[in-house]
Unconditional design. Structure first.
Length: 184
């Protein structure tokens, strides 16, 4: 596992539109979420220890934010031919095990990850109502093995600001995780 930080693209940047299938092949388009109070896009996978470390807390936060008006979309951009643990059938198992109520999408050609400048899993991108980037950064300061409790405080504070129609704190710390497994 290569410890990789997120790239921290410029705040205010518009979301790149996309349509991707979920693990069952059902298409989802970002345009379907226009009108939400915000959209949280997370680049995610099954096997990364950083994702596994915060999965339960993230799923709980994602479900809460979805109920409050922020849509949540998880995208797996890893090369699943080289990393079969991230293949669509395994994504289905992961979504069922984690009781995901948000779409878990397959970015097989990795174009969406590239459009977002995603670098790691997990990599969080929170957009406001106008689909402008309001937050990109860490879930919280917890990492596997560092002893810091998983709280989701950083992402939660950003979501709360977006729900109030405000800009999150501009001082944002990068997420850290496994590098996206790019195709050759």
């Amino acid at each position: 596992m290569a410890r990789t930080p997120s790239t921290m693209p410029e705040l205010g940047r518009p979301a790149a539109l996309f349509e991707l299938p979920d693990f069952n092949g059902e298409p989802f388009a970002l345009e379907d979420y226009v009108g939400c109070d915000g959209v949280l896009i997370v680049f995610w996978c099954n096997h990364c220890p950083f994702v596994q470390h915060l999965r339960d807390a993230f799923v709980a936060l994602a479900h809460e934010m979805d109920e409050r008006g922020i849509a949540v979309i998880a995208i797996n951009s890893n090369d699943f031919a080289a990393y079969p643990a991230d293949a669509p059938d395994r994504m289905r198992e992961e979504a069922e095990r984690g009781a995901y109520r948000f779409p878990y999408l397959v970015d097989e050609d990795q174009r969406v990850a590239r459009a977002y400048d995603a670098a790691c899993t997990p990599d969080f991108f929170l957009y406001d109502r106008a689909l402008r980037l309001a937050y990109r950064g860490q879930f919280d300061a917890s990492r596997p093995g560092n002893g810091v409790p998983v709280t989701g405080d950083d992402l939660r504070a950003a979501c709360e600001a977006v729900l109030r129609g405000e800009a999150p704190e501009p001082e944002q710390r990068p997420s850290l995780g496994c590098n996206i497994k790019w195709k050759a």
